[in-house]
Ligand binder design. Structure first.
Ligand SMILES: [Zn+2]
Length: 346
């Protein structure tokens, strides 16, 4: 049975064919552990959980490797810890535990591998050094930046032109950047913030910390190799995060593609849902089975999953509970949960 998936790289649904059917490899960008997961995060991870189950049913549970990382070093974490007067370690441990509890409440399987960014710093440093040696990155005032001009097809995933790429830069344009769209691979880090020794000298010796994007490139390389099957995340990750992950990995790996299949799912729920936190919505209660049944009658993709022996009822009930607790109709969320644009098996 063919599985068809929407590939953001081609903007088309394609038949999915793994590189190695004995080891189907999926990477989904995991949470930055600085706060509780909101309902949009919960939905995104639940969608990929269903994809994981679908792949396990097709290829066998022993032949699918699902990696979902924990981003435990990032500026948002530092800012949140300072704001709360909490140590960075206490904050990341607390929010990681809350994330795990939320995922369990949603009925999501744990990933096969859950790497933490802070366990991969030497690999990030090695990758950055490779990029500098290859002419894809440069050092400036203690920072190391990726040069977007060095990669001819930079922007292929997001299909943004150069001006849009520059506008999308996450931080104000620093004077040491050659191009406004260049992004940080490594930056200086003072003693009060997380930091590691590096070859790139600054006022604190070589003490620095990685940029967000390089963390995922190092973790995919470590756990899935240079090229894997599916690179997933929310629609908001296409640019700049996934665009930059692709740039770093492809240029560090002599042109080998990163993920063959880029899967992104939409956040189509109502605006106010974005700020609802999963843990606040978890409450014991009777699930809205009638609404789920009604939903299943009307939605083809869900029927197909059930026909394939994938029991998503637990997740459906959990999502339904979230919706009911907020006074929404369960179908509002379930429709997007099973949206054909997420994936489809037939
Ligand atoms: Zn990532």
């Amino acid at each position: 049975m063919a599985i068809r998936l929407y590939n953001t790289l081609s903007r088309a649904k394609e038949d999915f064919a793994p590189i190695d059917a004995a080891n189907v490899r999926v990477y989904v960008c995991g949470p930055t552990v600085h706060d509780f997961a909101h309902i949009g995060n919960g939905r995104a991870f639940t969608v990929f959980d269903v994809l994981y189950r679908l792949l396990r049913s097709e290829y066998g549970a022993a032949h699918v490797t699902y990696v979902r990382n924990i981003t435990d070093v990032e500026d948002k974490i530092n800012a949140a810890a300072a704001e709360r007067g909490e140590t960075i370690r206490a904050l990341t441990e607390r929010t990681t535990a809350a994330f795990h509890a939320d995922m369990a409440a949603l009925g999501n399987l744990p990933p096969d591998i859950e790497p933490r960014a802070t366990d991969h710093i030497p690999r990030m440093i090695a990758m950055i050094a490779t990029l500098i040696a290859g002419g894809f990155a440069y050092e400036a005032e203690g920072h190391v930046l990726f040069s977007i001009a060095a990669m001819p097809d930079y922007g292929r995933l997001s299909r943004k032109n150069l001006d849009e790429q520059r506008e999308g830069a996450r931080v104000e344009v620093a004077p040491y950047k050659r191009d406004a769209g260049d992004f940080v691979l490594w930056k200086p880090s003072p003693p009060a913030l997380p930091g590691w020794d590096s070859p790139w000298q600054n006022q604190w010796g070589g003490r620095g910390r990685p940029g967000w994007h390089i963390e995922c490139s190092a973790m995919t390389e470590a756990h899935l190799g240079e090229t894997f099957d599916i690179h997933g995340g929310g629609l908001d990750l296409i640019f700049p995060h996934h665009e930059n992950e692709i740039a770093q990995s492809v240029c560090a790996h002599g042109g080998a593609p990163l993920g063959r299949h880029a899967g992104h799912q939409r956040h189509r729920h109502r605006r106010e849902d974005r700020v609802q936190l999963v843990h606040q919505l978890r409450r014991p209660g009777r699930p809205g089975d009638d609404q789920i049944a009604d939903h299943r009658r009307r939605r083809q993709p869900a029927r197909r999953l059930v026909a394939r022996g994938i029991d998503v009822a637990h997740q459906a009930r959990a999502i339904s509970r979230l919706a009911q607790n907020r006074g929404h109709h369960a179908t509002d969320l379930l429709v997007v949960f099973y949206d054909e644009d997420d994936f489809s098996g037939h």
